[in-house]
Ligand binder design. Structure first.
Ligand code: ADP
Ligand code: MG
Length: 337
C-alpha cells in the first residue's frame, strides 16, 4: 500500500500573455500513505530538477524509515518492539523528533500525545486495522493504560530515549508529515530556491511568492469528505499551514462517525461539533501537531489554549444553522482573500 511512485517533473504552463509570470516546476509523488506536491517558482538557473527530485525522494524515504509505524524495520518500530525500559541509543534525528513532539504534548497538556498508538491501533487506524467491529470498554481501558507521554523521555545530548511503561507504543503519524515538509523546505533553502509551496497530505508550507509574484493563496476546504470546495482563503508567504479535520479520515459504524484523531483523555475518537481546525505557524511540524491537539480539545477549550499560546488558529464548527467559524486573535490578523 505504501509504495513509491517516482517523482514526476512537469513544467506548469503559465499564461504566456502575462509577462510578469515566473516559471514554475512541479514535483509530486507519494509518501507516508499520501501524496506530496511541491511547486518551485523561479528556482536558480543552475537547478538540476531531476537531481533535486531524487534528493527529496531520498529524504522522504529516510524519514519514513525512521518514523513509520507501517514499516517493521523502521527505527520507530524497532523502538516500539524493544521491551527494554532502560535508555535506548537512537539516531539524533529520531531523538529530536520524539523530543519536539513531547514538547507539544506538554504545551497541550497531553491533547497531542505520540504515545496514543495503542488506541490508534485499537480503533483501526494503525498499520493493522482491527477487523471485528468496535473495541470493548475493557479493550479501551487496557489500551489507555499504555498511553502517557510522561512515560516517554528523550535526552538528545546523549541521543537516548526511554519508556517507563512496558506498553508504550509511539505513533509519529501526527508529526511526521509536517516534519517532512519542514525538511524539504530546508533542502530547498540550502539550494537558494526562494519561492515554493510544499504540501504533504494537506500539511503545507509556502515561501516567497507564487508564479504571479504574489503571496500564495491557500484555501481552507469545506469539511465534506471527497468534496473539496473552497470555504475560505488566505494570502500567505513564509508560513506553514496544517489542518486537522474529522471529515478526511474516518469510518462510519451504525451511523456514527469515528475519526482517526483520538482523544487520549477518553481513549476514543474525537466526537464533537468541531469539524476542522487550521493552524498557521512558522513550523509545519508544530502546526500539524497543534491542529491535532486543538481538534482533540474542541472549539471552546481549543480556542482558549490557542489564545493562551498565541497561535493563529481557525475553527469550523457544525451548528444547526450551518457552519460557524471562530478565529484566534492571531489568525484574524492574517490576510484573507
Ligand atoms: P490530521 O491532519 O487530520 O491531523 P494526521 O495524519 O496529521 O491527520 O494525524 C492523524 C494521525 O495522528 C492519526 O492517524 C494517528 O496516527 C495520530 N493521532 C491520533 N490522535 C492523536 C493524538 N491525540 N495525538 C497525537 N497523534 C494522534
Ligand atoms: Mg495533521
Amino acid at each position: 500500500m505504501r509504495t513509491w511512485i517516482s517523482i514526476a517533473l512537469s513544467l506548469l504552463l503559465i499564461a504566456s500573455c502575462n509577462k510578469t509570470s515566473l516559471p514554475a516546476f512541479d514535483l509530486s509523488g507519494r509518501t507516508m500513505g499520501t501524496t506530496f506536491n511541491i511547486t518551485l517558482v523561479s528556482p536558480p538557473d543552475d537547478t538540476d530538477l531531476d537531481a533535486l527530485g531524487a534528493i527529496i525522494q531520498d529524504r522522504l524515504e529516510y524519514i519514513e524509515n525512521i518514523a513509520s509505524t507501517y514499516r517493521d524495520n523502521s527505527e520507530l518500530s524497532q523502538f516500539n518492539s524493544n521491551p527494554s525500559m532502560d535508555w535506548i541509543a537512537v539516531t539524533p534525528e529520531f531523538c529530536r523528533m520524539i523530543s519536539s513532539a513531547l514538547d507539544v504534548s506538554v504545551m497541550t497538556r497531553g491533547a497531542f500525545d505520540i504515545t496514543v498508538g495503542p488506541l490508534v491501533n485499537l480503533w483501526g487506524f494503525g498499520p493493522s486495522p482491527e477487523e471485528s467491529g468496535l473495541p470493548t470498554e475493557e479493550q479501551i481501558t487496557q489500551a489507555r493504560s499504555g498511553v502517557n507521554y510522561e512515560a516517554l523521555e528523550a535526552d538528545c545530548d546523549k541521543f537516548v530515549v526511554r519508556k517507563s511503561l512496558k506498553a508504550t507504543y509511539v505513533d509519529l503519524s501526527g508529526w511526521a508529515k509536517g516534519y517532512a515538509v519542514d525538511e524539504i523546505a530546508a533542502i530547498l533553502d540550502a539550494r537558494d530556491v526562494d519561492n515554493y509551496l510544499i504540501e504533504i497530505g494537506g500539511e503545507l508550507r509556502v515561501q516567497g511568492r507564487n508564479p504571479k509574484q504574489e503571496p500564495f493563496s491557500i484555501a481552507i476546504e469545506k469539511p465534506i469528505k471527497n468534496n473539496a470546495m473552497k470555504y475560505h482563503a488566505l494570502l500567505l508567504t513564509d508560513a506553514a499551514v496544517a489542518t486537522s479535520g474529522d471529515y478526511r479520515n474516518f469510518y462510519e459504524h451504525d451511523g456514527q462517525r469515528y475519526s482517526h484523531t483520538i482523544d487520549p483523555r477518553t481513549g476514543r475518537p474525537v466526537s464533537h461539533q468541531l469539524t476542522g481546525v487550521t493552524v498557521v505557524s512558522t513550523s509545519t511540524a508544530f502546526a500539524d501537531a497543534i491542529a491535532t491537539a486543538l481538534l482533540v480539545l474542541g472549539a471552546d477549550e481549543g480556542w482558549v489554549l490557542a489564545e493562551e499560546l498565541d497561535i493563529a488558529a481557525y475553527f469550523l464548527i457544525r451548528t444547526e444553522d450551518g457552519l460557524k467559524e471562530i478565529s484566534t486573535t492571531k489568525f484574524a490578523r492574517l490576510n484573507r482573500l
